[in-house]
Design a protein around this ligand. Sequence first.
Ligand code: PBG
Length: 328
Amino acid sequence: MFKRLRRLRMNENLRAMLKETSLKIEDFIYPLFVVNGNNVKKEISSMPGVFQLSIDELLKECKELVSLDIKAIILFGVIENELKDSCGSEALDENSLIARAIRAIKAEYPQLFIITDLCFCEYTDHGHCGIIDPHTKSVANDLTLEISAKQALVHARAGADMIAPSGMMDGIIATLRKALDENGFENLPIMAYSTKFASAFYGPFRDVAESAPSYGDRKSYQMDYANAKEALLESLEDEKQGADILMVKPALAYLDIIKELAHHTLLPICVYNVSGEYALLKAGAKLGVIEYEKLMVETMIAFKRAGAKLIISYHAKEVARLIKEGKI
Ligand code: PBG
């Protein structure tokens, strides 16, 4: 005797009824890159369909997102080199690019949930994620915490709905929670980039965000991708410090990490399906060597099957269209 597992696969309706994992529009967060100026819509060559947008163009994009029923965006600011300095002062101004973008979006599309990426690499002239310690030449952790709290308040006052610190500084969650609570933002959630690896999958992002480090790498703050135990330690530490949502980034090569984390936390888990993962699929489609849509959906399902609740993805609009058309 053997079990006929195929019995339940014979009928299409039954297959649909027994499907364990599915995608919905609410699972997705769409990344947007804002730049200064007017009428700017500059496509990134390695990431077809992803643009640097000035605020007027950003609003047009938001209109499309709302029409697709996408609920949430994550915002990145990209500023001119002349505006960058050693500590990323632009990001600390109440009138920073991100603050202006948040206010503009909230005025026209208050229903969109705005998450802000909180980091300094897009704003510093050296491209690292905080203030540099002149002796170690690495990011000075505690000084960076101080300015991160300031940046969080700029985002919060401008109307951000959730703050997502991505710099991998020790103590960042406790620092931001305290700053937000002391300033009347105790109900503003923090989504921690809690397990973020030093990854070559971020390559295309650094083109779009113009945030590649001018020297060295990020290995003294982002994690070694060989380490699974440390990955768990990082996320669980952020949970202890008060994170509301945890994140694993990148996503596709880290399904084991997502699953392991899902076994150790009751908090919602977000994954960041990063720029390099997107660029690979787009390149594969261009070469005609993959069935793009099928591969994209299979990838998204894999994230959720591994234990992710939310997915930050440059594919979000494409997935939303498939969902709307009833194709998935
Ligand atoms: C900023 C940040 C990065 C990404 C998100 N926030 C780049 C980095 O850490 O170098 C990567 C996103 C992507 O690759 O899509 N610290």
